[in-house]
Each structure stands twice: as structure tokens, then as C-alpha cells.
Design a protein around this ligand. Structure first.
Ligand SMILES: *[C@@H]1O[C@H](CO)[C@@H](O)[C@H](O)[C@H]1NC(C)=O
Ligand SMILES: *[C@@H]1O[C@H](CO)[C@@H](O)[C@H](O)[C@H]1NC(C)=O
Ligand SMILES: [Zn+2]
Length: 507
């Protein structure tokens, strides 16, 4: 904990009682306390130049307008509504417009197979020749470009998607139904997903529906390219993407080892960078599902170590994914996970739970004991004073994904999200999008919308936004040279953005 933090809190506590003793006027004490809290907040101490100040004034007009409307009528209070309920309003929002144009730095928590908008998947992948669909024993759709009954769990015949579409009375309606297989959106989430169980079931089904599709080489290539494109279009310059390394396959049924996946993705990023030189690229966090047998987890950990040895700058770390409350806690894997190559890092999902003191809640403790570099979600962290103090002292960033936490049933109203607590005292945090394709957002702007509208206090604007953007590079694992380039590019893009705002090119 920094000295200034202690000093500020201590001197302000002092003032709170002074007001009662009459040494300082009540109003002065009150003002001093408010000011002190404003300084503690994420971005509270950074300085804006004159142009930024003017851009902030413009931004704040829109922000306060929208909050004001919501204050008088909770029906239009996007800050407090479920994203699916508020989606139409958010999409018309001037605040969102501003955030889309704002350079946002890096995405540090994103799963590749849910990274691209479902609308694009329908338009592009679902029209690729050879796509098949079957249903498993639970009646959920599984799609693939190959017939591999055991692994897919198909309980029905395979049908060609192109045949189904051609036979349907209304191909547009067919496409809309297809999109529902990979998008959680519903106008009535409270009805379709009454509990966390319902929404996670559908969520996991969506991964199962699309997983094998994206391992088909042509689909993998198109999808990965589109992932970069959707970041770039949203003014994101870099990402650390969580990926699994299940084998790719081609038209002839040939399969390829993980090494091939690495080569493919490296080639795609390189060619993307040739076209868009201001995009810095990606690094990869090897992820494996936590809800499988221990031996599978260890096999994948070994696979990770081999890939990391060959590509230490690219395959940078390891994580366990899947619903924490249903999967195995980190504590089950300690002996093996203690064995991490010195150059590799952990980026554990931890504390994505509402259970206080349950085994999954302790993932936060184990993640920190294992020296995690960042914490995925860290939703439950505020309940653990020793742990959040450690996070602050060690500068371990919390990857806050507001929409994900709401859609997946941890919190109904994002103004109650613990990200507010983290922000209120500038705990290390970054804003992330987790699985944007699965809830109909693109890039990071939507999550930034909730960060500034729901997590931040009313009167807070550009300082906090800028600080969150800078954090995304600061808490990345870019090396020294890459980091310097990233900050230089960011400064340039930021200045341009501010000028655009002032010249009326944004609104
Ligand atoms: C699918 O996406 C890829 C990659 O963006 C693109 O090259 C291709 O033209 C797209 N195909 C269709 C049918 O849109
Ligand atoms: C974590 O870091 C501490 C201090 O740097 C070190 O003593 C400890 O061995 C590390 N633990 C693991 C599991 O890497
Ligand atoms: Zn995640």
C-alpha cells in the first residue's frame, strides 16, 4: 500500500472528527473529505491538459444527461438495467459513441472462441460449404465440418446447414435461429435464465456448438482474422487472448498438432499487421477447462510448457477456465502448478463467484499464492482484505468484465459490481470483455460504457477513462521494447482522438 494512500486516509479521518469539535467548519470538512476520495479513485491523481479538459467537459455533458434521465426514470437507466434490457438505449448512447472512438489500449481477458460477433459468424462461417449440424442427447446443436460422432456426442444424424437453409421457408429466419445457437441475447433474461444454472448451461452449450467449427482450418483462419478486425475497428491495439490448443483439421480429415495452431495464428497476426501497422498483435494465454479429469489438466499443462519453451514471447502463460463453482478449485492442482517455468506466467480466473468462503472463493488465495500475474474477474476479492491489500501491494491487476458478470448472473445491477470498490481506491484493474461474441457486443467499448456509467461515480470522466486505458498496457506482459512502442502509439492515437472530439468529429 502506498504511503500517500495511508496519509490521505489518516488525515481525512482526522478531519471527520475535527468538524464536530469546531476546529474547522462543517462545510470545509465536508469538502475536504469529498476531495480526498476523488484523489483516491482510479485516475484521480492524473493531470489532464487543457485540450483534454475541454474534451472532458463535452464528454461529461453527455454522461450526466444520460445519468440524469435514468435518475428520473429507472426504465431508461442504462447504468442499472440488465444489458439485454438496455441494449437498444446503449446503442443510441452518445457516451458509447465517444467510447467507440476512444483508443482503448489492450484487451487482457478474452476467450478466442467467443471473441467474434455472432452476426459475423452467421454471415461468414455458417455459409462455408460443408458445415454440418447434429443434436446431442440433451437436444443441443453441435456443429462441425467433420463427422466425429464420439467426440461430438451426436445423438442424431448430421444434416448440412446449407440444405436446412435451402429447405427452410424463410432463410433469413433460419439465420436468426442459427445465431441464437451462439448468442445469449433475449429480451427477457429473467424469464429465459431464472438462475445461474440456466444461463451457464446455455453458455457452455454455445461453446460446444461452435468449438469444432473453429478447429476447421479455413474457419479458424477467417475467424481469427475477424477477431483482430473487430478489435482494430473498436480502437483496440493489442490483446492477450486465452486459447485452447485442441487439434485443427482440414477438409480431408487430416488433423494437425498444436504447433500448427501456433504457426497459423502467428501468420495471421503478421499478415494483419502488414495491413494495419498500428495494430501491435496478440500474445496467447494457454487455457484448459477446469471441469475435466485431473490427468487431462496435467497433460494440457505439459503441452503448454512445451509450446511455451518453443515460443516464450508468444505463448506467455496458463489459465484454467469454465464455471468456477462447477469445476475443480485451484487447490486441487497445487503440486503440479507449483512447477511453472521461470519465464512463464499465470493468469488465473479466480473469484468469479458469489459464494463467500466456499472452495471456489479460495481460488483467489491460491491464485495469489501461485504468484498469478493478473486475476481473471476477481469478483469476490472485496470480501478478502488480506488478499486485496496483497493485490495492491504486488500490483496484480484485476481483469474486470462487467457485462460478463451481469449476463452470467453474479450481479443484477452493475452499480453494485465490486469494480466500484476497486475503482474507489485505485486497486490495479483493467476493463475486459471476456466473451463479447456470445452476448452481442463488439470490442471493448460496451464494457467501458458500464465502467464509466455504472462502476464510476457520476462526476468522474476522462481522467478515469484514460487511467483505465493506460492500465491495459501497463498490466500487459509486453516486453520493454514493445511496451515503449505501445505507449508511444497510444499517446499519438489519444492526442488525435482528443483533437477529433474538439473538432466535432466524434459527435
Ligand atoms: C469471411 O471472412 C474472411 C476473413 O475476414 C474473408 O476473407 C471472407 O471474404 C469472408 N467471406 C464471406 C463470405 O463473407
Ligand atoms: C511466488 O513468489 C515468491 C516471492 O517472489 C516466491 O518465494 C515463491 O516461491 C513463488 N511461488 C511460486 C509458486 O512460484
Ligand atoms: Zn473468462
Amino acid at each position: 500500500m502506498s504511503v500517500s494512500y495511508l496519509v490521505t486516509i489518516a488525515s481525512i479521518l482526522h478531519l471527520l472528527s475535527y468538524a464536530h469539535c469546531g476546529f474547522i467548519s462543517y462545510e470545509d470538512a465536508r469538502k475536504a473529505v469529498i476531495q480526498a476520495e476523488d484523489l483516491l479513485i482510479t485516475g484521480g491523481r492524473i493531470h489532464l491538459n487543457a485540450k483534454e479538459d475541454r474534451a472532458n467537459d463535452i464528454f461529461m455533458r453527455y454522461k450526466l444527461d444520460e445519468l440524469g434521465a435514468g435518475f428520473y426514470d429507472s426504465d431508461v437507466n442504462t447504468a442499472g438495467l440488465h444489458f439485454f434490457k438496455g441494449k437498444k438505449l446503449v446503442e443510441q448512447s452518445q457516451v458509447l459513441k465517444f467510447l467507440k472512438r476512444m483508443p482503448k489500449g489492450a484487451i487482457l481477458h478474452l476467450h478466442n472462441t467467443a471473441s467474434v460477433s455472432s452476426e459475423w459468424v452467421v454471415r461468414n462461417i455458417s455459409y462455408m460449404p460443408g458445415l454440418l449440424r447434429c443434436t446431442n442427447k440433451d437436444g443441443s446443436s453441435i456443429m462441425s465440418f467433420r463427422r466425429a460422432p464420439l467426440e461430438h456426442g451426436c445423438a442424431s444424424q448430421y444434416v448440412r446447414v446449407s440444405d436446412e437453409r435451402a429447405r427452410s421457408i424463410n432463410p433469413a429466419a433460419y439465420d436468426r435461429n442459427f445465431e441464437k445457437l451462439i448468442n445469449l441475447y433475449t429480451p427477457v433474461p429473467e424469464y429465459d435464465y431464472p438462475t445461474i444454472k440456466h444461463v451457464w448451461r446455455k453458455f457452455q452449450n454455445m461453446f460446444s456448438a461452435i468449438n469444432d467449427v473453429l478447429r476447421y482450418l479455413p474457419a479458424f483462419r477467417a475467424y481469427s482474422w475477424r477477431m483482430l478486425e473487430e478489435m482494430y475497428e473498436d480502437n483496440v491495439m493489442y490483446a492477450e487472448v486465452r486459447m485452447d490448443f485442441k487439434e485443427l483439421y482440414d477438409y480431408s480429415g487430416r488433423t494437425f498438432p498444436p504447433e500448427r495452431t501456433v504457426r497459423e495464428i502467428l501468420a495471421i497476426v503478421e499478415s494483419f499487421r502488414r495491413q494495419y501497422p498500428s495494430f501491435l498483435g496478440i500474445k496467447v494465454i494457454f487455457s484448459t477447462h477446469r471441469d475435466v479429469e485431473r490427468t487431462r489438466v496435467f497433460e494440457n499443462f505439459e503441452k503448454f510448457k512445451n509450446l511455451h519453451t518453443d515460443h516464450p514471447e508468444f505463448i506467455v502463460g496458463f489459465d484454467l477456465v469454465g464455471q468456477e463453482d462447477r469445476g475443480k478449485p485451484l487447490h486441487n492442482f497445487i503440486s503440479e502448478l507449483a512447477n511453472l517455468p521461470i519465464s512463464a506466467k499465470y493468469f488465473f480466473h479466480a473469484g468469479e463467484t458469489n459464494w463467500y468462503g466456499a472452495s471456489t472463493d479460495f481460488n483467489l488465495l491460491d491464485a495469489l499464492l501461485l504468484n498469478t500475474t493478473r486475476i481473471g474477474h476477481g469478483y469476490a476479492l472485496l470480501k478478502h482484505p488480506v488478499l486485496w491489500n496483497a493485490v495492491k501491494k504486488r500490483d496484480v491487476a484485476i481483469e474486470v468484465s462487467p457485462i460478463s458478470n451481469q449476463v452470467l448472473h453474479l450481479v443484477a445491477d452493475l452499480r453494485n459490481h465490486p469494480g466500484s470498490f476497486y475503482m474507489s481506491q485505485n486497486l490495479p484493474m483493467v476493463i475486459c470483455n471476456d466473451d463479447p461474441g456470445f452476448w452481442g457486443t463488439k470490442g471493448l467499448s460496451y464494457d467501458f460504457y458500464y465502467a464509466i456509467m455504472s462502476l464510476a461515480p457520476n462526476h468522474v470522466g476522462l481522467k478515469t477513462l484514460k487511467s483505465l486505458v493506460w492500465n491495459s498496457i501497463r498490466y500487459s506482459v509486453l516486453d520493454k521494447g514493445e511496451r515503449r512502442t505501445a505507449f508511444e502509439n497510444l499517446e499519438r492515437a489519444w492526442d488525435q482522438f482528443i483533437s477529433d472530439v474538439l473538432q466535432g468529429k466524434v459527435f
